[in-house]
Design a protein around this ligand. Structure first.
Ligand SMILES: [Zn+2]
Length: 112
């Protein structure tokens, strides 16, 4: 599975997360509940999300280590240049995969 489901009983929000090989963290998207919310085709292996996914990461101590997540990760999954199950990292992303199309990966074995 390329996606994992999450839900927060306290808020009633639900969604999915995917592993981002650009940031080496997962990105979570809300697919149920109030905006911001993403449209999703419901496919766990070949997902399509809209609109684009913009993740900004602040490093608490302000000192960025080499394996910290990117400061900006901006992507489309399954559309706008990526096929279902692929992610296109837009050029304003601050990691090394900016500007490329990549297949979504499975979660690392030791994740969660
Ligand atoms: Zn990312």
């Amino acid at each position: 599975m390329k996606l994992r489901c999450w839900n927060n009983p306290a808020t009633g929000h639900e969604g999915v997360r995917f592993w981002c090989q650009g940031c080496n963290v997962s990105h979570s998207l809300r697919t149920v509940g109030p905006a911001p919310r993403w449209a999703w085709n419901g496919d766990m292996e070949l997902p399509v999300f809209g609109p684009s996914i913009l993740s900004r990461c602040d490093i608490p101590d302000g000192k960025r280590e080499p394996d910290d997540p990117a400061a900006v990760c901006h992507s489309f999954v399954g559309c706008n240049g990526a096929r279902p199950g692929e992610i296109i990292f837009l050029s304003d992303s601050t990691h090394g995969l900016a500007g490329s199309v990549q297949p979504l990966l499975d979660f690392p074995e030791n994740y969660g």
